[in-house]
Write a protein that binds this ligand. Structure first.
Ligand SMILES: Nc1ncnc2c1ncn2[C@@H]1O[C@H](COP(=O)(O)OP(=O)(O)O)[C@@H](O)[C@H]1O
Ligand SMILES: [Mg+2]
Length: 273
């Protein structure tokens, strides 16, 4: 279906979405190619996290108009699991803990599912059931895990801990970035909007993203503040306001926002930026 003019890996076209019957996204257009790092900025309540949830297929967010094309396929009807298997990744702002599941086991099943993949052209082949054990070569997985752990400077003892249970903010971020490294997404969405991240956690996220950055991954870094962009240099910066992207520019746009706040773009009096 993809024509040469539509060769971006993720195409968000005229997306309108509601949450609790309230229209939050009001015609969002955005295209991301592998190899590109996009930043999505904007005042609180603009709809940035809503967009991340819509991309991933969170059931509370209802798309009322528009389409999302990933690798040439409209993915709006697909479950979050299938989107992930195809190579979309969303890093949560507040990851939940899973007592009883070690990080290592969690990463192993996530990797197996991702390797099994999902082809929307042959939907009957994927059941959405847990991936078969045989699709995973343990030696290959070990090697991959060790190499990623080295790159991200993650300690071995970390792997035997229960997922996110008692993890510090920084450890949660590390686990999340390690998950991203293992899943090798084609498009990664990182929502870091809130001020909750301390400087160490920011560095972890930034170092991880920078280490994984390359021609095979595109990313959308969502951030209210420009400070994360001191560590991750975006290629393209978008500003969202009231459910629409009102400005797109280069990295200098982020610096301009840092200096002037959002009011000069939104035309509103100074917000809590
Ligand atoms: N689960 C939800 N239930 C009700 N309202 C929501 C929900 N998620 C987001 N909203 C509303 O959608 C608007 C945009 O929120 P959000 O997407 O979180 O913005 P941002 O991430 O830019 O701060 C806000 O008015 C928020 O209250
Ligand atoms: Mg948000």
């Amino acid at each position: 279906m993809a024509t040469p003019a539509e060769n971006a890996d993720l195409i968000i076209r005229d997306i309108h979405a509601t949450v609790a019957d309230k229209e939050i996204l009001r015609g969002v257009n955005l295209e991301i190619r592998k190899g590109e790092t996009h930043a999505l900025m904007g005042p609180n309540g603009s709809g940035k996290s809503t967009l991340a949830n819509v991309i991933m297929g969170h059931p509370s967010y209802k798309v009322t108009q528009g389409e999302i094309i990933f690798k040439g396929h409209n993915i709006l009807e697909l479950s979050p699991d299938k989107r992930a298997r195809m190579g979309l990744f969303l890093a949560f702002q507040y990851p939940s803990s899973v007592p009883g599941v070690t990080l290592s086991n969690f990463l192993r099943s996530a990797y197996a599912a991702r390797k099994e993949g999902y082809d929307p052209a042959k939907p009957e082949t994927a059941t959405g059931a847990a991936p078969k054990k045989k699709s995973l070569n343990p030696t290959e997985f070990r090697k991959l895990l060790q190499s990623k752990m080295e790159i991200l400077k993650v300690d071995n003892t970390f792997l035997s801990r229960y997922l996110n249970e008692g993890f510090s903010g920084g450890e949660k971020k590390r686990a999340e970035i390690l998950q991203m490294a293992i899943l090798q997404p084609e498009i990664a969405v990182l929502d870091e909007t809130d001020s909750g991240l301390d400087i160490d956690a920011l560095r972890i996220v930034a170092e991880g993203v920078n280490a994984l950055r390359g021609p095979n991954m595109g990313s959308l870094i969502i951030t209210h503040y420009q400070r994360l962009l001191n560590y991750i240099t975006p290629d393209i910066v978008h500003v969202m306001f009231k459910g629409q992207i009102i400005r797109t520019g280069g990295r200098e746009l982020a610096l301009e926002l840092e200096e002037k706040g959002y009011a000069w773009l939104t035309g509103e009096s100074e917000d809590a930026a």
